[in-house]
Design a binder for this molecule. Structure first.
Ligand code: FHN
Length: 395
C-alpha cells in the first residue's frame, strides 16, 4: 500500500456509451446520474445498443487527460473499463460488447495506460460486477462469472502494471463474499502487487463504505462523504465534482474550488485518500468546468503538496480553525479561518521549535506552548484564502 498511502489524491473517470446519452433519453432529462440512464429510463438493451454506432469521441487525447490529472497533483487514475451497462472501453476478447465495435475503433485503455506509464501516473481499473447487458442471474450466472474473470485477466495482463482493481456493483445478491475472496486472490495471481478495493466482495455492505468485520479488499470506499473521524484501516473517499459520475449535460451543479481543496485536506487530515471524479463528454473531452477546478487544486498543491502526500491523520481532530496532517515529527496546520488576533491556537501539549508558512517561507512566524495549547503568531493576512499551511517542526 506504500505508493497508495503516499499518493493521497487520484482521479476517477466515468466514461462510456452513457456519455453519448449525456443524461437525456428521447428528449427527457434523466433524474439519476448519467451513467445510470439505461436503468433509470428503463431502456431495453437493444435500444441502448443504438448508442454503439454513435460513440466516436474524436477529441479523446489520453496524454492531455493524464497531464490534467498530474497538473492537479493527482498521482493515480481509476477509469471505468466497464460500468454497469456492460460496455467495455478496451479491445476485449472476453466481452465482444466493446469500443472496437464503434466508429472510434481504438483501444482507449491501451492509449490511457501508455500515457499514464509515460507520465509516472498509476493506471487503475474500475470494473463493475453488476452487468445489465449480460444478465448475471439464474443459470447463466456461471457463464457470466467466467466472462468476468476473463475480463479481469485481460485487464491485468495486457496493459502493463496496474495500481488498483476498483470493483463496484458488488451489491447484487448473486455475488457473495466467498466469490469476492476468490476474485481478490485471482487479481493478486495476475499481478501480485495490485491493490484491490473492498467492493470486490461484500466489504461495504451494511455501512456507508466502511468494512464491517472481515471482508476481502485492501481498503474501504466511502462514497460522496468524508467519514466524521479518522479510521483505523486504509480508506478512500470517492466524490463527484457536480452530482453525476457519468457525463450529464444538464448537471451544472459544480462544487467550488474552495470546497474541493478543503475536501482533499479534510480527507488527508483523517488519513484517507481522495478520488475525485470527472465525466468526459461524448467528444472525448474532460468538461471545462472540471478542468478549471482541477487547475485551481493544482495551484494549491504546487505550494502545499508536502502537507498532503505521504501524510497520516493529524494530531488535532475536530479543530474549528481548519485541519492538521502529520508526517513523522512534522505537523502541518491547514488554516481555513485566519485568526483576526494574529494567533493560531491549537489544543496540543507538544512543543515545536519552528513554524514556517509554506506559501511564504520568508515570513517571520513564532511558535509557543502555554502548557495546554500551541500558539502560533502569524502575519495579519492569510497567504491563501482557501487554506494556508503552517509547517511545525520539533527540531
Ligand atoms: O452505481 C455506481 C455509480 O454509478 C458510481 O460508479 C459509483 C462510484 O463509486 N459507484 C456505484 C454506486 O455506489
Amino acid at each position: 500500500m506504500g505508493w497508495w498511502r503516499e499518493a493521497r489524491f487520484g482521479m476517477f473517470i466515468h466514461w462510456g456509451l452513457y456519455a453519448v446519452a449525456a443524461g437525456e433519453w428521447k428528449g427527457h432529462t434523466t433524474k439519476g446520474a448519467g451513467e445510470w440512464i439505461m436503468h433509470t429510463e428503463k431502456v431495453p438493451v437493444s435500444d441502448y445498443e443504438t448508442l454503439v454506432p454513435q460513440f466516436n469521441p474524436v477529441k479523446f487525447d489520453a496524454k492531455k487527460w493524464v497531464e490534467i490529472a498530474k497538473g492537479a497533483g493527482m498521482k493515480y487514475i481509476v477509469i471505468t473499463t466497464k460500468h454497469h451497462d456492460g460496455f467495455s472501453l478496451y479491445d476485449s476478447q472476453a466481452n465482444p460488447y466493446n469500443v472496437m465495435k464503434t466508429p472510434f475503433h481504438r483501444d482507449i485503455m491501451k492509449e490511457l495506460s501508455d500515457a499514464c506509464h509515460s507520465q509516472d501516473v498509476k493506471m487503475c481499473w474500475y470494473h463493475s460486477i453488476l452487468d445489465w447487458h449480460y444478465p448475471s442471474d439464474g443459470p447463466k450466472y456461471a457463464d457470466y462469472s467466467k466472462m468476468l474473470h476473463a475480463q479481469v485477466k485481460e485487464l491485468l495482463t495486457n496493459y502493463g502494471p496496474i495500481g488498483i482493481m476498483w470493483f463496484d456493483g458488488d451489491w447484487i445478491p448473486q455475488w457473495t463474499e466467498e466469490q469476492g475472496e476468490e476474485m481478490y486472490n485471482f487479481c493478486r495471481e495476475q499481478q501480485p502487487s495490485v491493490i484491490v478495493n473492498n467492493r470486490v466482495g461484500k466489504g461495504r455492505a451494511g455501512m456507508s463504505g466502511l468494512t464491517k468485520g472481515h471482508a476481502a479488499g485492501d481498503y474501504d470506499t466511502p462514497e460522496q462523504q468524508i467519514p466524521k473521524s479518522a479510521l483505523t484501516q486504509d480508506w478512500e473517499t470517492c466524490m463527484t465534482m457536480n452530482d453525476t459520475w457519468g457525463f450529464k449535460k444538464s448537471d451544472t451543479h459544480w462544487k467550488s474550488p474552495e470546497t474541493l481543496i478543503r475536501d482533499l485536506i479534510d480527507t488527508a487530515s483523517k488519513g484517507g485518500n481522495f478520488l475525485l471524479n470527472v465525466g468526459p463528454t461524448p467528444e472525448g473531452e474532460i468538461p471545462e468546468a472540471s478542468i478549471e477546478r482541477l487547475a485551481k487544486m493544482g495551484e494549491w498543491m504546487k505550494t502545499n503538496s508536502e502537507a498532503i502526500y505521504g501524510t497520516t491523520a493529524g494530531p488535532v481532530q475536530d479543530w474549528k480553525g481548519g485541519r492538521t496532517t502529520k508526517k513523522g515529527d512534522v505537523v502541518y496546520v491547514h488554516v481555513f479561518e485566519w485568526p483576526k488576533d494574529g494567533v493560531v491556537e491549537l489544543p496540543m501539549k507538544q512543543s515545536f521549535k519552528t513554524a514556517t508558512l509554506l506559501a511564504k517561507p520568508e515570513a517571520e512566524v513564532k511558535v509557543d506552548q502555554d502548557g495546554e495549547n500551541v500558539k502560533i503568531k502569524v502575519p495579519a493576512d492569510a497567504p491563501d484564502p482557501i487554506a494556508s499551511v503552517i509547517k511545525l517542526e520539533t527540531k
